[in-house]
Design a protein around this ligand. Sequence first.
Ligand SMILES: NC(=O)c1ccc[n+]([C@@H]2O[C@H](COP(=O)([O-])OP(=O)(O)OC[C@H]3O[C@@H](n4cnc5c(N)ncnc54)[C@H](O)[C@@H]3O)[C@@H](O)[C@H]2O)c1
Length: 358
Amino acid sequence: MAKRKAALRPKKLRVALIGAGGIAGAHMRHYATMEDVELVALADVSKASMARRAEEYKVSNCFTDYRQMLEKIRPDAVSICTPNGLHAPTTIDALRAGAHVLVEKPMAMNAREAQAMISAAKKHRRKLVIGFQHRFEPKTQFIRRAVEAGKLGRVVFARVQALRRRGIPNWGVFGRKELQGGGPLIDIGVHVLEATHYAMGTPRPVAASGGAFTYLGDRKSNVVSQWPNWDHKTYTVEDLAVGQIRFENGAVLHLEASFAAHIEKDVWTFQLMGEKGGAIYDPPSFYGDEFGHMVNLSPGWLPRDAAADGFAIKMRNFVDHVLHGKPTGAPGEHGLMVQRMLDGIYQSAERGREVIIK
Ligand SMILES: NC(=O)c1ccc[n+]([C@@H]2O[C@H](COP(=O)([O-])OP(=O)(O)OC[C@H]3O[C@@H](n4cnc5c(N)ncnc54)[C@H](O)[C@@H]3O)[C@@H](O)[C@H]2O)c1
């Protein structure tokens, strides 16, 4: 009887983290609430970051070398929460060690790395999920369902905005191109871009054009900022990036992302325009022709709290995917397409002309 009970007990996913800084805290907070997850180990080059998290969540196995952690602990799954430049090598090492991977956004520094991560997941027959959360929010789901139901008709244009007036991070390594791959475009633009691209039905990008501009972050300045005293000496990324993506289906997407821009207020939204209707993320609304009028429709009620928390849903979705075989909402292939768009805009900005996305 005891044996039978044990067999029925759900298996626990043994999860480790590589990188124990800011976002790792959010991963751990969610894992800690899941009955089918056991936090088994942490790896971080900073003993201080690791000690804080280890104490908070009672994790006894801590490593300053993540490869040792993978070898000794053999976790079932790993959350990658390092700076962007380490996403590809840590993911590939974790997959090779037999772990499923949830890698934070952006998937990688560039599409070449993203492709190598997908190939490694296939080779080692492990699951690779990208830490995109905005697609799981009810606001994005509302638009995605409207698109799927054909309410917008053919989506011809998308506008994506992730704009901070004055919000250059004064922590981490977000101003260092060699460690992050870029600035606001790859760091915060990626959030709204992934949600927009998903809501559109993930069309294939074929061309990009854009510009990237640095006019504040790389110089000593005493201008007011929500996070003052960033490290201007190591700042090598853009303050503002703008770009345009052309898709195989003919649709066009326009994107704006900034750490610092001379604008009225921060903006975080996307909008779709189709031949039959349109939709906006915030506040979520649908615009279309009904009853002989042009109407604005908005949900009377949307889930709140945990049910609206895209981050909580992404964490649960990852565990359900690897442990219970449910589909992932954020596969590596979606991450790769997003990465190709980011690469395209950065390349176009450098070359001063439109580039083809292969
Ligand atoms: N999904 C989201 O909403 C969200 C929010 C913030 C950050 N992020 C992403 O999470 C990642 C980390 O961002 P963060 O804000 O936590 O940064 P952070 O600087 O707070 O933490 C990064 C941690 O990685 C550690 N690290 C560096 N090199 C390492 C190595 N070789 N081995 C192990 N650990 C190493 C650092 O010591 C640090 O503790 C970034 O890719 C970022 O884009 C996602």
